[in-house]
Design a protein around this ligand. Structure first.
Ligand code: NIG
Ligand code: FE
Length: 410
């Protein structure tokens, strides 16, 4: 079985301990068989049984678990650079949305795009994300907003999942905003989501999670409760966009409905965050979205005080976060949210895995987990996120195979 030695520090990121506990092992070794980790520990203790396969040398590099982007809107057509300029001149996200821009303008383009074109774009983005060390990606629908187009996006993800290197975890976000043909008839659209879109997506096994954008211009707490109940009945686990622009009580709702995660949280109250911690809901923070929308970022100190587990993701989408660069999001989690590099790393590994129900598979370098790991050209996680460079990733192993760079023979 393959084994990798010559690792100056390996961060195990076990799913236990506090946010900053990333379980470093110095002078480490890791061995795997097929797509699973078989052994990990100090190289001096590597059992002889694990030395008989191909041996590779990390050349003193740092090893972390394959990174997990637990919140993306991966499949969309077009971009919205013109809105970027409007926002820089002072228009707010909600003003742009009210004037027919924002999510709805991407919906128009995405409905027109053939599925094959969306597949090609997703594969292109995923290839670039892989080169940055991202081996698991959550991907939301939400730019279809009718039965046929929401299913089209989820089918795109099924096709992409069979052709990409990453593990792809699909989420139904039919409740992203009210589509133009339902203008002023939001309740009717909520019925369509509950009566038709959720059942069709669940019956076809196309999604694991059901997401709702809970916001003044999108859906209310009561809409979300009804949508989550419908999803739950058919096996879709709730997750939500909560308190991004205004505090609508999304964090408390996440706790009430037992969501796997609540995401954004820029405007959440302390009591909402505490309720999430008590219910085991992961707080997914999205510093790229805070940065692009010029929103005060959620502060690590408040998250720490609440005791909630924190994940960090890109929110990759054509409006509020037009970047799939997860290491950049981690650096911003440090500089804007005031997380330590170790806290940010835990947020893109062990706790990100929990935010998408994948904690038993990925996110930690432990025997039995998938052999997804990244070799970094940085002497520590602190150095990696401090001396920010375009890409520090020297090699990526996914499912036991070197998929980026090559492993040097020992
Ligand atoms: O997560 N908040 C809602 N949805 C996205 C924005 C999507 C868009 O602007 O196209 C977000 O920020
Ligand atoms: Fe989002």
């Amino acid at each position: 079985m393959p084994c990798l030695t010559g690792i100056s520090i390996l961060y195990q990121c076990r799913p236990e301990g506090g946010q900053g506990d990333v379980h470093p092992i110095y002078d480490a070794a890791i061995a795997w068989t097929g797509d699973r980790i078989a052994w990990v520990g100090p190289a001096a203790q590597l059992p002889a049984a694990f030395r008989d396969g191909p041996a590779f040398d990390a050349g003193g590099r740092t090893v972390i678990p394959g990174l997990i982007d637990c919140h993306t809107h991966l499949a969309f057509a077009g971009w919205r650079a013109e809105e970027f300029e409007q926002k820089l001149k002072g228009a707010s996200y909600l003003e742009i949305a009210r004037a027919g821009g924002g999510i709805v303008s991407t919906v128009r383009k995405t409905r027109e795009a053939p599925a094959e074109a969306l597949v090609t774009r997703c594969l292109d983005h995923l290839g670039r994300m892989l080169a940055l060390g991202v081996t698991t990606v959550e991907a939301k629908s939400g730019y279809g907003l009718d039965l046929a187009n929401e299913l089209k996006l989820l089918e795109v993800y099924r096709d992409v999942a069979s052709r990409c290197t990453q593990r792809l975890v699909p989420t139904l976000l039919a409740a992203h905003t009210t589509p133009p043909e339902y203008k002023d008839r939001r309740a009717d659209y909520v019925r369509l989501v509950i009566d038709e879109i959720i059942p069709a997506a669940a019956r076809a096994g196309l999604a694991r999670f059901c997401d709702v954008f809970v916001e003044e211009t999108a859906f209310s707490i009561d809409d979300a409760r009804a949508i989550f109940a419908a999803g739950r009945r058919l096996g879709l686990v709730p997750k939500l966009h909560a308190d991004q622009i205004t505090d609508t009580g999304g964090a408390a709702l996440a706790a009430e409905v037992g969501a796997v995660s609540a995401d954004h949280l820029e405007r959440s109250t302390d009591s909402g965050l505490r309720a999430m911690a008590g219910a085991g809901v992961v707080a997914v923070t999205l510093p790229l979205a805070s940065l692009y929308l010029n929103q005060p970022p959620v502060q690590a100190r408040r998250l720490r005080e609440s005791g909630v587990r924190v994940a960090v993701a890109t929110d990759f989408n054509p409006g509020s976060a037009p970047s799939y660069d997860l290491p950049l999001a981690l650096m911003l989690a440090c500089t804007l949210q005031r997380m330590t590099p170790a806290e940010a790393l835990k947020g893109a590994t062990a706790w990100a895995a929990h935010a998408i129900g994948e904690g038993a598979e990925v996110g930690s370098l432990l025997p039995g987990r998938r052999a997804d790991l990244v070799l970094l050209e940085a002497e520590s996680v602190e150095q990696w996120l401090y001396h920010y460079r375009p890409n520090c990733c020297a090699a990526v192993v996914a499912g036991g195979q070197a998929v980026v760079g090559a492993l040097s023979p020992a």
